[in-house]
Design a protein around this ligand. Structure first.
Ligand code: BV8
Length: 248
């Protein structure tokens, strides 16, 4: 057993004493499951694009087959990966801490697969497609048709419009209820764990700052040293799959 750092002991004590906890996750919590993060360079057909260029309504309208093929390739990958020890530790936390709110920026279902319920998805889900025109939910074919290439999106059975992924693209508003619940939880918690997020994408990235402003302690779990400027910020430097199981 690795000798526990003072920070690990500090955070474990904080977790034991906290009444209301927020766990806020980003792509890094799924990295050890083999899901590329948004900062990892894209591969294959999409290698010459940045995720930011593809995750927009404009990109979808400009080239629906390129963008739909990317999402179906990501969805297919998710059918082949499993939750990692970080997802499982968070599910245990959720079972132990009376008031724990789990908020994710991720569009995968690995928290749910690890047993977490409910999960607040700020950026939607790869498994919830809808019509781009009439917004009706659409059933997705299983397994995904994409073989890592261009793939024409299906047509909506109701209006014939193009089916799009059920995710929030850049330039689109976040789901109102999810955002309001997330902001309220961050402003009301004693402890916020920010796990595997680069803190770049707005407005989700405001959550740690809201918690600090409300007097909470914020713990960053990240291999990169996150800004620990505030006296109530703690950095657990390392991989979530190795660090989180030490806390529960
Ligand atoms: C909106 C779904 C308004 C799609 C995603 C204010 C200032 C500047 C810009 C803006 C602003 N407000 C809005 C904007 C524009 C934009 C934005 O934030 N741009 C950024 C880039 C500056 N925001 C928006 O457009 C948002 N919409 O504000 O709309 C509006 C309002 C009303 C009406 C109309 C419009 C929408 C943002 C949502 C975009 N969609 N996802 C898809 O998945 O394809 S966001 C996408 O990127 C991901 O979902 C993810 O959330 C995000 C990347 O963030 P991270 O999760 O942090 O992942 P990342 O790869 O960056 O980092 C991984 C981290 O993990 C790293 O730190 C790494 O060190 C760490 N790590 C790696 N391995 C591990 C690890 N940690 C632990 N353990 C490990 N093993």
């Amino acid at each position: 057993m690795m000798t526990e750092s003072p920070e690990i002991q500090q955070v474990r004590t904080l977790l034991e004493q906290a009444q209301r906890v927020v766990v806020f996750t980003g792509a890094g919590v799924s990295a050890e499951s083999g899901v590329p993060t948004f900062r990892d360079a894209l591969t294959g057909l999409w290698a010459r694009y940045d995720a930011m260029q593809l995750a927009t309504p404009e990109a979808f309208l400009r080239d629906p087959e390129l963008v739909w093929g990317w999402y179906e390739w990501r969805r297919k990958l998710l059918l082949e990966v499993k939750p990692n020890p970080a997802h499982r530790a968070i599910a245990r936390m959720q079972a132990q801490v009376p008031q724990l709110t789990l908020i994710t920026q991720n569009v995968d279902d690995l928290h749910e697969q690890a047993g977490s319920q409910p999960v607040i998805h700020l950026h939607g889900s790869l498994f919830a497609a809808r019509c781009f025109e009439c917004a009706r939910p659409c059933e997705l074919a299983d397994p995904p048709a994409a073989e890592g290439g261009r793939c024409p999106p299906p047509s909506c059975s109701h209006c014939g419009g193009r089916v799009r992924p059920g995710v929030v693209w850049f330039g689109e508003p976040l789901p109102e209820q999810a955002l309001a619940t997330a902001f309220a939880a961050a402003q009301d918690c004693d402890l916020l764990l920010a796990v595997g997020t680069s803190g770049v994408v707005q407005p989700a990235a405001q959550l740690p700052g809201l918690a600090l402003a409300a007097g909470a302690t914020v713990v960053h779990v990240n291999p990169d040293a996150m800004s620990g400027r505030h006296p109530n910020e703690v950095c657990l430097k390392g991989q979530a799959g190795q660090l989180l199981p030490l806390l529960v």
